[in-house]
Write a protein that binds this ligand. Sequence first.
Ligand code: BGC
Length: 363
Amino acid sequence: MTPRLTRFAGATLALGLTVAGLAACGDGGSGGGSSSDSGSGSGGAKKIALLLPENKTARYEAFDRPMFEAAVKAACADCEVVYSNAEQDAAKQQQQAEAAITQGVNVLVLDAVDGKSAATIVQNAKSQGVPVIAYDRFVAGSDYYVSFDNQKVGELQGTGLVTAMKAAGKTSGDIVMINGSPTDANAADFKKGAHSVLDSSGYTVKAEYDTPDWSPDKAQAWMEGQVGTVKGNLVGVYAANDGTAGGAIAALKGGGVNPLPPVTGQDAELAAIQRIIAGDQALTIYKAIKPQAEDAAKNAIALANKQKPASSADKEGVPSTLLDPVVVTKDNIKDTVIADGFYKASDVCTAEYAAKCTELGIS
Ligand code: BGC
């Protein structure tokens, strides 16, 4: 546990330095490619479109957007970020991409609502000389991809769930799985990773649901329907992210399930960290968004300047960077999201959670 965190903190630091380094040469190297730029005229000023998929999940507006904008500003004071959120609507995202290209952006940073149909966005952009970064969710044909090891996210969720069920004294019984959106390529990876652990774990996957739009409300409604059926034998709930976990937990509580079985999550949302402290959720997965946003910003600026992105992996022929996800349980909140500055202890330990925080040594 400790060595992984040390490595992780080191990676964050290294990425920070890379971006700082870029600031020094921000408007150098505009190379030969001044072709049809309608940008802001002179020097290194570039327009970068950031296209995020939805706003029901807290990360996008609370972390991805501000961290990406800050990283662009730090590396290139004259660059401009053109931001859009598609609110889970793939057609709307397509229009937002077209509008950004019409406005003269030099590069798209795309977190696709629908991984398959977004291939059209990529083709269309590239036919107009605009490179595309697939941000967090993979899109075939893009110029660069930055994300986390998403299958590993699923494996960590599955392993964490088994550990929590055993700790609750259950070595067999029923599990239900609340997966992510069927249009999100990541959701398939999370599901695959989780199945690779759960299918051979000795527990029974009794029912499974692919949550349209990752909607917490739909996850809750589905779980409400399951409570009557699986109630007595339910020993664990796999929820693919914290939004769906919140829906599942509300349904379980509403259905009178007591004690709650362990429930998983992902994103280290503040509400989820507080549910973990309260004992309502077993774990979440922390994906440090800062290094991800900084990496995307650095490579967006490189691509806008007709330079190659820096990558360390390859996915389907697309140069890629895959960051490391980390499991968070009540035992390491302090050493992960607090130590990394994702939250301050005072954000997490509000009056309602103060006593539990003290018990867990979170200060
Ligand atoms: C992201 C998750 C997020 C989910 C819902 C996934 O593609 O990787 O962090 O919770 O989408 O927006």
